[in-house]
Design a protein around this ligand. Structure first.
Ligand SMILES: [Zn+2]
Length: 215
């Protein structure tokens, strides 16, 4: 009985060890098990407890970092060369690791409110291309607070810098695509730019076809 169980375990370990896909999928399963365990717990219930102070929030973050940093010291991660750059909104519900279904460090991530692309972010993405990025995914997402703010007269008045970038979102993307490094890399087939809208509740990417994709 014990020998049989041992053999079964050994077969399982070998199957996983020599099949990268199976190993990757098992890792994903275990990560999701971790989400199941942590997700329903609440450290900061702001709705019911407004007495939580900034200092308490910081202490909790510091304590968690202590644990996480200690773990990372025990189990170091493999350095990777990013091949994808993702532009995403800063919305806390979006998890880029979930978006790409991968926790390995193959991704540069630029996050801004409303996925706005000011000249500084354009520089960041261009730098990423010079560092070897082959795919850029420019995303927006459903139920975006910045999109809502852009059509709210009061908020338009309160956040003029963000709103003007929201109004110019399409223009800024075109401006980025027209940068010589980017334009040439696309023309030479070395760079692919994809546009997608994220379903915020599932992190699913819905790819959008843009007029400049046609040629
Ligand atoms: Zn957003």
């Amino acid at each position: 009985m014990l020998i049989g169980l041992g053999l079964l375990l050994l077969a399982l370990v070998l199957l996983i060890r020599f099949n990268p896909r199976t190993e990757f999928m098992l890792g994903g399963g275990l990560i999701n098990l971790g989400y199941r365990l942590q997700d329903r717990l609440s450290s900061f219930d702001f709705v019911h407890d407004e007495s939580i102070t900034p200092e308490q929030v910081w202490k909790e973050l510091e304590r968690q970092n202590e644990l996480a940093g200690g773990m990372r010291g025990l189990f170091p991660r493999t350095p990777r060369h990013p091949v994808v750059a993702v532009l995403a909104c800063m919305d806390g519900r979006i998890d880029v690791s979930e978006l790409v279904g991968d926790t390995r460090h193959y991704y540069y991530v630029v996050r801004t409110a409303g996925s706005v692309l000011s000249p500084a972010e354009q520089d960041m993405l261009e730098l990423a291309v010079l560092n070897g990025v082959k795919v850029i995914v420019l995303t927006t997402h459903t139920d975006c607070a910045a999109e809502a703010a852009a059509v709210d007269p009061k908020l338009r008045e309160q956040f003029p810098a963000l709103i003007s970038l929201m109004d110019e979102r399409v223009k800024r993307v075109e401006e980025f695509m027209a940068r010589p490094t980017i334009r040439d890399a696309i023309a030479e087939g070395k760079l692919l730019i994809k546009h997608a809208r994220i379903d915020t509740t599932t992190d699913r990417l819905v790819v959008e076809v843009q007029h400049h994709d046609a040629h």
